[in-house]
Design a protein around this ligand. Sequence first.
Ligand code: NAP
Length: 454
Amino acid sequence: MTEEFFRIAVVGTGPAGLYAADELVQQDRIPVRVDLIDRLCTPFGLVRYGVAPDHPRIKSVTGALSTILEHPLVRFLGGVELGSDIGRSDLLACYDAVVYATGLAADRPLGVPGEELPGSHSARELVSWYSGHPDAAQPFSLDAERVAVVGAGNVALDVARILTKPAAALSYTDMPEPVLAALRASAVREVTVIARRGPEHTRFTTKELRELDTLDGVSIRVPADETLPASDTVAERSVRANLALFEKWSGVPAGERTITFRFWRRPIEIRGEKAVRELVLEHTALDDTGQLVATGGTETLPVGVVLRSVGYHGMPIAGLPFDRSRGVVRQHAGRIVDEEGRACSGEYVAGWLKRGPSGVIGTNRADSADTIAALLDDLSTSGGPRAVRSLDDLLARNGSRPVPLSGWRAIDSREIALGAEAGRDRIKITDWSVLRTLGAHEAPTPVVSNYGRE
Ligand code: NAP
């Protein structure tokens, strides 16, 4: 007798998707097979294309995540895009349940005039470029001496650090060679990080803020005209530690390369004839009700590049209920729900697409576990597997050739070999056609014959 099992698709192979797959294969309530589907030829999502290249310790989580990919009940299907190669209805026909863990692919806009000028970018665009993402715009121009980064979160710190750190200190990373060459030739001398609220309200984690002090030849400064609350008057430990750093940096003069922090300011216009020339900021304060308000003062910052680092936003997935204001999929305990709160049968969400852009990599472990607990409750009372179609057949009919795990291994080996030639651990391959060619070196193992109901 053929064993019956539930077929589950997890779309997105960042930490949220991989932890969801792990939760599925580590449980023994129901038998499952898991297909991990990604539009990229490579797994790991933001660990590969978001975690800064000079944070190898954080990136090393790929070791643990790889063991999930290697699990015998899991298949990797790279280079398969939801929306173009397959649709939501295909997934629902081919699987008993679908977990969407595709993250947040869009940027929050600032909503100010001039945002579309050349030289105005999202931090995500810069991060994608230096991380070697195959969709990144090439090359990123670093001709400007002054750069403004709007936003006071860890992504702002990442981009400020990468733009000021001596390129020699990045030459061991997995950055593509053209990126390193551009950073070597970079004209950037000062990066100003702009927070719309006070130093006590920033979202920087202390570890990442403190790291700035270790940058060779980079002055970290808070101009002397900034008012800093005394750190010993603040109860929260992490805020106290951040304030102590800002106090230490208060009044430090600018150097050869400088990161400057500015508080209580928000952009109202980006100006320039053909490209960004200056950023107009208005001064802000909190009113009696805690609302952020303009105080009437403005100032102009001469800059050649403006980077928006004000958070990420989801892109609606055709047909899935979407909360446009929060930029996430509507859900309750991981079950996707419509506007009336009714569950969309068989559809679940995990990671940033579920909770918004918050937390560290490990946060996704518990988040995905909650989603999978709901999924298992539903499937264990569902009366058995019901999926009737095969994704393999569907992809074959469309002429799509997914990149299997062995294809990812081929890409991985080539990147490691390229790195070894240059005395580095890895150099990323950025070209779609090279990734596809390397990844297509073997067809994925068809599992269609394993399906009990076919
Ligand atoms: P974030 O931590 O949410 O910070 C966003 C910043 O943008 C906040 O300072 C916010 O100010 C500001 N902001 C939002 N809208 C604005 C507007 N219209 N004008 C001006 N400022 C605006 O986001 P993130 O930096 O993108 O980070 C996302 C997540 O990834 C976070 O959980 C972060 O910790 C994590 N991450 C971690 C690391 C690491 O651990 N090494 C590295 C990178 C990212 P308000 O506070 O006033 O809203």
